[in-house]
Write a protein that binds this ligand. Structure first.
Ligand code: HEM
Length: 391
């Protein structure tokens, strides 16, 4: 996270823009870019991995900065991605001795074993280029009257109308959104596609639900309540492999205790989210991917009596992910559209036999599946036509 501005102020600004009650305002961007993704899957299914990444980057860039990507491989997505990687390295729990011994902050960089310090300086510099550049872009567009409404333009306008939000807080909040939002959302979408290559019957059950609710059209956000099985898949994808498996370290502001163990003020607490999501005491056959664990007995609604993993997957307490409502809506929408229009199939070997791929994930604060293969095939020519009509 940025360190220059008041954290509480940034958090409040962020929450105002992303709280549940106003989340619908982002739908036009989500619809435009996710439909575009479907068309790309149709035209060039082999580049699904990059196309998916650029789509999520494009959505966040538009919502945060009002920036509309103009090419398939937009440079701002690349810049944002580099900033995101730096962000992840810098928040990895216990990654740096300085987390444990803050006094190390004062160690000069020329001493041996102080790689963290060089890294911090380097990423601060890079981040500055990214954050200032995107921010200036919005200000310039506002001056020229060409700015698309965004989180940044909204707070700058508030300032023009007498507000006094420090610009650095707006800048840092915007870059937190990019750093926190892209890889995490991608981790779930890639995880979803990987599981779909392995579980044909789950896919068919989801498609039967979609065909019942929207037989001859693509699903919309309004269908969400009527598509509980799609929702259950999204919840199970998060439980199966949480995007931030070891959470973000929290430092205790005062002495505390947990199950009889004393935890002094200042302790770093690192939540084992992956462990909680795979606890056999909570989830039966925790190592089986099974969305049905979140369906009611009649099979027509969600049942979260088993324990909602999103209470863990999005973190804890006052710092729980403020992008949660948006992330959940994007995951639902992406999964529903893909399943309605396409079959997600595993790759084939030379003999035409399906290859089952391992659940291999990159380690890191945000854990994303390692590149894998899948075949994205339109379910029918009618579905392909529906996708073309979104143009
Ligand atoms: C599936 C998608 C996502 C997952 C799994 C996820 C998970 C998390 C987790 C575990 C945390 C740490 C909470 C804690 O400290 O306990 C977090 C923080 C955060 N997330 Fe997300 N997130 C997701 C999507 C997003 C999106 C889409 C955005 C932005 C639009 C976002 C913005 C943030 C920000 C700004 C923070 C820092 C909050 C703070 O420190 O107060 N996240 N997220």
């Amino acid at each position: 996270m940025g360190n220059n501005s008041d954290y509480r102020l940034r958090r409040r600004l962020f929450e105002q823009h992303f709280r549940y009650s106003v989340i619908d305002r982002h739908q036009p961007t989500q619809i435009r870019e996710t439909h575009k993704l479907l068309r790309k899957y149709l035209e060039s299914p082999e580049s699904w991995l990059l196309d998916t990444k650029y789509t999520i980057g494009a959505i966040i860039l538009d919502i945060v900065y009002g920036y509309r990507v103009t090419s398939d491989r937009d440079e701002w997505v690349e810049i944002g991605e580099r900033a995101g990687t730096n962000f992840q390295r810098s928040v990895k729990p216990g990654a740096w001795a300085v987390d444990v011994l803050p006094i190390l902050r004062y160690v000069p960089t020329w001493l041996p074993f102080t790689g963290w310090k060089t890294f911090a300086l380097d990423s601060t510099e890079r981040r500055k280029i990214q954050v200032d550049g995107a921010f200036e872009m919005v200000k310039q567009a506002m001056k020229e009257g060409t700015a698309h409404p965004s989180m940044v333009s909204r707070y700058l306008e508030e300032n023009e109308n007498g507000g006094d939000i420090p610009e650095v807080a707006i800048m840092d909040m915007a870059s937190d959104a990019y750093g926190g939002g892209v890889e995490t959302t991608l981790s779930s979408i890639y995880g979803f596609l990987l599981q779909m290559t392995k579980h044909r019957s789950i896919q068919q059950k989801a498609q039967a639900e979609l065909d019942r609710i929207c037989p001859d059209r693509l699903p919309t956000f309004d269908d969400r309540k009527k598509l509980p099985y799609i929702e259950a898949i999204a919840i199970e994808v998060g439980r199966w492999h949480p995007g931030v498996p070891q959470g973000i370290a929290h430092r205790l502001e005062k002495d505390d205790s947990f199950e009889g163990q004393f935890l002094p003020e200042g302790s770093l607490v690192i939540p084992n989210i992956w462990g909680m999501c795979h606890d056999e005491g909570t989830y039966e056959d925790a190592n089986v991917f099974n969305p049905d664990r979140f369906m009611n007995a009649a099979g027509d609604g969600i049942d979260l009596s088993v324990h909602d993993p999103r209470q863990m997957v999005f973190g804890f307490g006052r710092r729980q992910c403020p992008g949660r409502a948006f992330a959940e809506s994007q995951l639902f929408f992406t999964m529903a559209l893909i399943l309605k229009a396409f079959d997600i199939l595993p790759p084939l070997d030379a003999q035409g036999k399906e290859i089952m791929q391992p659940d291999a994930y990159r380690s890191g604060i945000v854990s994303v599946p390692k590149p894998f293969s899948c075949r994205i095939v339109p379910r029918s020519s009618a579905m392909a036509e529906l996708v073309r009509q979104t143009e």
